[in-house]
Design a protein around this ligand. Structure first.
Ligand code: NAP
Length: 252
């Protein structure tokens, strides 16, 4: 296996939305990209084309982050292709259907937390093993995708979503202590209302238009505005940032 002379990032859920914008922004900054998607092949192919148009190299892997075997294959494929891993962008996540706490059910909550929380543990574990300076790696950085919902509670009947992102905040703070001796920085971004298709199942553009005036900046954010912050946190310019929860929320 030859080792690329360019830094390499794995982005989970890179086929659409914030993940796609992050792939393109990192590629413009000279990173090799390996991203995952779960079902939307056409979107993944579009993202590959955008990365290549930005001068980057792209590897798209179908991998459900809720499935640990898929995650192992994602990391193996990236390492086989590029011979190195410098950053993990733990981005994939779902909002899921609104559900009252009065109707909470075991299967719904278990599946939801597997996708939004356990997957982050699994991906961090794989990345840390490859990047740890104590295991022969060269160190690296991890950026976790949280949400402003972790601190304001999110939309009605979406306590499960807010709680899943609160868990990501806690994981980021806790692992900052554990991963520092391994040469790995870890931070989280907490976007507010960002204009992506994640909102489609909850009213889409109408919902965005309703909430946008409540944002101090008066508008929803763009995926690219989050991607710039993620790219900064992934790279060496943020070398003294560690365990930080960075709001990208227009003041909301
Ligand atoms: P999005 O537009 O819906 O894109 C989601 C991406 O994640 C897609 O690439 C999708 O793949 C992938 N994905 C979904 N479930 C997956 C799974 N089980 N395994 C692997 N990939 C999976 O979402 P987004 O708005 O960019 O959100 C990205 C992250 O930001 C999420 O963690 C979300 O909670 C967080 N966030 C978003 C906002 C916002 O307002 N948009 C605000 C705060 C935080 P396919 O294309 O194959 O479906």
């Amino acid at each position: 296996m030859t080792q690329s002379n360019k830094p390499t990032a794995i982005i989970t859920g890179g086929s659409r939305g914030i993940g796609r914008a992050t792939c393109v922004t990192l590629a413009k900054q000279g990173w090799n990209i390996c991203f995952s998607y779960v079902s939307n092949l056409a979107a993944a192919q579009e993202t590959v084309a955008l990365i290549e148009a930005a001068g980057g190299q792209a590897l798209a892997i179908k991998a459900n982050v809720a499935n640990r075997e898929d995650i192992k294959q994602l990391f193996a494929a990236a390492f086989k292709t590029y011979g190195r891993l410098d950053a993990l962008i733990n981005n994939a996540g779902i909002v899921g259907e609104p559900r009252s706490i009065l109707d909470a059910d075991d299967a719904h909550l278990t599946d939801f937390f597997r996708t939004n929380v356990l997957s982050y543990f699994f991906c961090i574990s794989e990345a840390a093993r490859l990047m740890s300076t104590q295991r022969g790696g060269k160190g690296g950085s991890i950026v976790n995708m949280s949400s402003a919902a972790a601190r304001h509670g999110g939309m009605p009947e979406e306590a499960h979503y807010a709680a899943s992102k609160g868990a990501i905040d806690s994981v980021t703070i806790a692992l900052a202590k554990e991963l520092a001796p391994h040469g790995i920085r870890i931070n989280a971004v907490r976007p507010g209302l960002i204009n992506t298709s994640i909102h489609d199942a909850h009213g889409g553009q109408a919902l965005i238009n309703k909430i946008a005036p409540t944002v101090p900046l008066g508008r929803a954010g763009m995926a690219e505005e989050v991607a710039e912050v993620i790219t900064f946190l992934a790279g060496p310019l943020s070398s003294y940032m560690h365990g930080a929860l960075v709001d990208v929320s227009g003041g909301r």
